[in-house]
Design a protein around this ligand. Sequence first.
Ligand code: SF4
Ligand code: FES
Length: 240
Amino acid sequence: MTDTGATADSFSLDGEDLPFMPGDTVLQAATRVGRYIPHLCWNPDFAPHGSCRVCSVKANGRAGAACTLRASPGLDVQSNTDEMNGHRKTLLQMLFVEGNHFCPSCEKSGNCLLQATAYEVGMEGPHFEEFYPTRPVDASHPDILLDFNRCILCELCVRASRDVDGKDVFAIGGHGIGTHLLVNSESGRLADTPMALTDRAAQVCPVGVILPKRRGFAVPIGQRRFDILPVSEQAEGGSP
Ligand code: SF4
Ligand code: FES
């Protein structure tokens, strides 16, 4: 174990001594001081979900999710290692082949956490065979398009709609490989829910599922969020 000179309020991340506040998770504490740990289903405005496992680290030699793991004095966390980044790359490749992610034609390109994280860990191709599932889009809502092809099942929209908007528009259904995003209305169509473009749920999707209509490709290539700085340099002060 690296000697970091850790104090009662600090833990070690890749050999660097970092402070934490009571109740902090490793990912919260790291993000507060601008240290990046790759993640997808975590957003600082919501309770951790712990489902994507992209934030997996080794803590005192044991694997755990940095978004749910509590920071504790002297904890020795290894994150930016070939082993952990290799695991992350495999998880990302599995996500890419499980859905239909055609980045060049997606209007979330350059502003997508899945794409930016894949760049960050050096993913150069899908590695696995693509599933190419058939998932129709839902264009029923006057202001919002749903493209289910890109859903990574992070449940951020579920949490935002339920806990912030008080509307419960989304749910996750099915099991295993059949797990999928559901719209909570009798018809299953977004138009038959109370969802509005101003809802938190309409803003929270880290990929390109929940999109505003009539606003396609509004930010030119070169000026999109992750064109300007890689995801690893946008950790400070919040979640990329
Ligand atoms: Fe996550 Fe977006 Fe899928 Fe909702 S639609 S579960 S926010 S990826
Ligand atoms: Fe921690 Fe998804 S960010 S499990």
